[in-house]
Design a protein around this ligand. Structure first.
Ligand code: ATP
Ligand code: MG
Length: 196
């Protein structure tokens, strides 16, 4: 076997030269993207399967499809012992950057909401180092996504990020990894996210 053309792709999440048997899932996800882009309701996807069956590789392929259509995407890994705020904020920060919204002012406002969401975890009297928000320069937007009730805060956060994406006529799927067994790409307004 020619070592350069060898199709063997060892390693978790390594895309093989031939993504075998996934046409159906890729086509179904294209439908999701098109429906959500038109503001039509669509359900989230959850990828499940035995270890090593190809969840991460497929999730990455779905993400690439979303990026090609101009969506902002983010990836996060949920862990039972960790709050969702920081990793979700990082994933959405990445999604907003990918969107490349033409108005810096509007993008900064949404980044400020993301920062506000992330910082709420630390509490108002936390030390500076605990209030640091990864890579977001925009000032936190007080009174948005920072109530401390995660159900209220998620709605405000995803509404604002989805609104920014809708301005551009696209969406903002988010993907996450949880417990090795499930993954779900998400749509902007219904706020779905995922796993690998
Ligand atoms: N559709 C596919 N065709 C051929 N090879 C594939 C396909 N999907 C995944 N693989 C290969 O299978 C291996 C495992 O893939 P992947 O890491 O995506 O599995 P996983 O389900 O995420 O595993 P885990 O449960 O450990 O997270 C990789 O080497 C990858 O290249
Ligand atoms: Mg995996």
């Amino acid at each position: 076997m020619d070592p350069i053309r060898n199709p063997y792709a060892p390693g978790a999440g390594q895309r093989p030269p031939e993504l075998a048997g996934r046409d159906e899932q890729l086509a179904a996800f294209d439908v999701v993207l098109e429906r959500v882009a038109r503001g039509r309701p669509e359900r989230s996807l959850v990828l499940t399967g035995l270890r090593g069956v190809g969840k991460t590789v497929l999730l990455n392929a779905l993400r690439s499809a979303a990026v090609r259509k101009g969506w902002g995407t983010g990836k996060l890994e949920a862990r039972p012992d960790q709050s969702l705020r920081r990793p979700l904020a990082s994933a959405l920060h990445q999604a907003v950057r990918e969107l490349g919204h033409p108005s810096q002012e509007e993008a900064d406002h949404v980044l400020g909401v993301i920062r506000s969401f992330a910082q709420r975890e630390a509490g108002a009297d936390a030390k500076l180092k605990d209030r640091w928000s990864p890579g977001i320069d925009a000032p936190a937007v007080r009174g948005r996504a920072d109530s401390g009730d995660v159900e209220i805060d998620l709605v405000e956060l995803l509404t604002d990020v989805g609104g920014l994406a809708a301005d551009k006529g696209s969406g903002s799927p988010c993907s996450s990894t949880r417990c090795r067994t499930s993954a779900r790409p998400t749509s902007p307004r219904s706020a779905p996210p995922a796993t690998s």
